[in-house]
Write a protein that binds this ligand. Structure first.
Ligand code: NAP
Length: 307
């Protein structure tokens, strides 16, 4: 199936394009980007022009930052194309609802991708937790923003989400593996004085059985980078490391990954299956938790951030 990729930046180059070119399902038929291109692939700088010139490309994958994404997604849906959205699926929940409604009316697929849910051990963690009673869950997501987001001004601007840009990945895993939904009870957001989005956040969640659930996100981590989820249950302690790539139960390595390797190859496999049935997959729970943390969060000002 032919696909166009829009927004040839870091994630498109690092993950999306390799996943497409190595997949038996997809052919990269066009790109839309003001500056980026992929060698040998027809390149457009304007979305409307690509949609007009490529009526035989039924699927568009949007790899832009969240704020500009809505207008591009709506244009693609109105042109009758199936749409795949990088995470987070929009800048606001209302945008996401509008996109889903438009896709359903147009009879095309829309897929809010959460790449971290496809990390090797997430499915195994979900299966293990399914019959356990949760007592405590701690998310620790601490990374160095200068290393992972160099020069990305948009993450510090309204809608850029700041530390929730990686933090939402953790929440996409938590909402996938827990059998019951949680919601935000309280949050603290640390915002550098010279930007608009938080550099660190701590969130407390309410759990239906009263389990203690917390998340600690920090972008000022130097040295060891930590992307970890620890769940203490009546049947033992589960730990996910490296963003869901490794799992331990009571200190012993556990879990077997699915045969298709890699988060992005799994996303594109899922999209290929969705398009077959014009299916819709718009799970907005991770986004709801982030939106609620912004709504309830107590702000404190912290040191200026300079890239
Ligand atoms: P990026 O490199 O800063 O941006 C991607 C591309 O989008 C840019 O190269 C730019 O291409 C285009 N773009 C930027 N601002 C735009 C605007 N206002 N209007 C139109 N096009 C614009 O960002 P990224 O790191 O790839 O992230 C993109 C999305 O992927 C984000 O939602 C992020 O959360 C997600 N993601 C990123 C990573 C990662 O490791 N970086 C991992 C997973 C998911 P042109 O200038 O050529 O138009």
């Amino acid at each position: 199936m032919k696909i166009a990729v829009v927004g040839i930046g870091k994630i498109a180059v690092d993950q999306q394009i390799p996943a497409i070119t190595n997949s038996p399902d997809w052919e990269l038929a066009a790109t839309v980007s003001r500056q980026g291109q992929v060698a040998g692939v027809p390149a457009f700088t304007d979305m409307a022009e690509m949609l007009r010139a490529c009526p035989d490309v039924p699927v568009v994958s949007l790899c832009l930052p969240p704020v500009p994404r809505f207008a591009y997604a709506m244009q693609a849906i109105k042109a009758g194309r199936h749409v795949m959205l990088e995470k987070p699926p929009g800048a606001t929940l209302a945008e996401c609802h509008a996109l889903e409604q438009a896709a359903r009316s147009a009879g095309v697929s829309i897929y809010a991708t959460w790449h971290s849910r496809h990390a090797d051990m997430v499915a195994a963690a979900k299966a293990w937790l399914a019959d356990k009673r949760l007592k405590r869950l701690q998310v620790t997501w601490k990374e160095d923003v200068r290393r992972w987001h160099p020069g990305q001004a948009w993450i510090w601007q309204p809608g850029g989400m700041g530390v929730f840009d990686p933090g939402i990945n953790a929440l996409s895993i938590v909402t996938e593996i827990l059998p019951q939904d949680i919601h935000v009870q309280a949050a603290r957001l640390e915002v550098p004085c010279n930007v608009q989005t938080p550099i660190a956040a701590q969130i407390q969640f309410a759990h239906p059985d009263g389990a203690e659930v917390q998340a600690d996100f920090d972008w000022r981590q130097e040295g060891e980078q930590i992307w970890q989820i620890e769940a203490d249950t009546d049947g033992g302690v589960l730990r996910l490391f490296d963003g869901g790539a490794r799992m331990e139960i009571d200190g012993q390595a556990a879990g077997v990954a699915s045969s298709l390797a890699g988060e992005y190859p799994r996303l594109y496999d899922r999209m290929a299956r969705l398009v077959e049935t014009c299916g819709v997959d718009m799970d907005l729970r991770p986004m709801t938790l982030v939106a609620d943390a912004f709504t309830l969060g107590e702000r404190s000002a912290t040191d200026d951030f300079h890239d």
